[in-house]
Ligand binder design. Structure first.
Ligand code: C2E
Ligand code: MG
Ligand code: MG
Ligand code: MG
Length: 281
């Protein structure tokens, strides 16, 4: 047995843990197979301009189409990919697919792709991004890369250098999930962000929690003063949207507009929102 820490908390090796370890090993083997047999897919969630509801972009979100278990969400496999050294390959697959798909959309529609902190480790990320742009023919100004603050914690100099090189290509950089984790104002000052994405945990209780409202107001105000765009994540209700309009957030993303959808549904969504918008105008 091992002492797990805390007062009198002893952690014994149990049959459950054995099941967990076995399951985990199976998952690793399955993930390597999934990459080879192209079981990963990319879904897209629209981001709309707050005033007009015009679609300004989509966020690419990885999905695993498991042959027996159906569609598996990223929270169940991205961290395992990171631990077993597969995140570089999976990340490059998502980036390349997303750039290729985005090249089919109108020029006014951007694509946002999530990066893992570990994708900065090898120092080759700028070359990987340049390659994805080249093979897809996508205008670099239509690509945004989302990173969380965890990417800025170690080897800051190397991460900063790679971000600058990526920005040199014309690509935009967003700070994802802002307000969670290590949120530090020095990150906003020292890193070249074009956009801050306000975490959904603050958006969720905007109508009911005055602290959340104060935080959203502070972030949109800060972004406004610094010339950084702001996007609210996890917008589910009209009430939340109305508050974000009042707080001068730039764009919104969430189930209120649409869940993440397969590529085939993206262009019809852009047209539908455009038709609604021109009717209203
Ligand atoms: P994220 O980048 O913060 O993406 C937003 C997540 O919130 C997505 O979950 C999205 O489906 C969900 N969401 C959007 N609107 C709403 C809403 O109105 N209500 C609620 N409750 N949720 C909403 P998803 O697709 O499960 O992705 C989870 C996380 O997995 C992402 O969070 C991102 O950190 C990570 N992820 C996804 N794809 C990739 C990828 O290709 N590479 C890496 N490194 N991470 C990825
Ligand atoms: Mg994201
Ligand atoms: Mg986020
Ligand atoms: Mg998140």
């Amino acid at each position: 047995s091992a002492k797990a820490g805390g007062r009198g908390n002893y952690c014994f090796y149990t049959p459950d843990m054995h099941v967990f370890a076995t399951r985990r090993r199976e998952l690793e083997i399955e993930l390597r197979r999934a990459l080879k047999s192209e079981e990963f897919e990319v879904h897209y969630q629209p981001q709309v301009a707050i005033g007009t509801h015009a679609v300004v972009g989509f966020e690419a979100l990885a999905r695993w189409y498991h042959p027996e278990r159906g569609i598996i969400p990223p929270n169940e496999f991205i961290s395992v990919c990171e631990e077993i050294g597969l995140i570089g390959a999976v990340g490059e697959f998502v980036l390349t697919r997303a750039c290729r798909d985005a090249a089919c959309w109108p020029d006014s529609v951007k694509i946002a792709v999530n990066l893992s902190a570990l994708q900065f480790k090898s120092g080759t990320l700028p070359a990987v991004v340049a390659h994805a742009l080249r093979v897809s023919g996508l205008d670099p100004r239509r690509l945004e890369l989302e990173i969380t603050e965890s990417a800025m914690l170690d080897d800051t100099a190397s991460v900063l250098k790679q971000l600058r090189d990526i920005k040199q290509l014309g690509v935009l950089i967003s700070l994802d999930d802002f307000g969670t984790g290590y949120s530090s104002l020095s990150h906003i000052r020292n890193f070249p962000f074009d956009r801050v994405k306000i975490d959904q945990s603050f958006v969720r209780d905007l109508g009911t929690n005055s602290d959340s409202l104060a935080i959203v107001r502070a972030v949109t105000g800060l972004c406004g003063s610094l010339g950084i765009l702001s996007t609210a994540e996890g917008v589910e209700t009209l009430d939340q949207l109305n508050i974000l309009v009042a707080e001068k957030c730039d764009s919104a993303q969430g189930y209120y507009f649409s869940r993440p959808v397969p590529f085939v549904e993206t262009l019809p969504f852009v047209s539908r929102m455009h038709a609604l918008h021109s009717q209203a105008a």
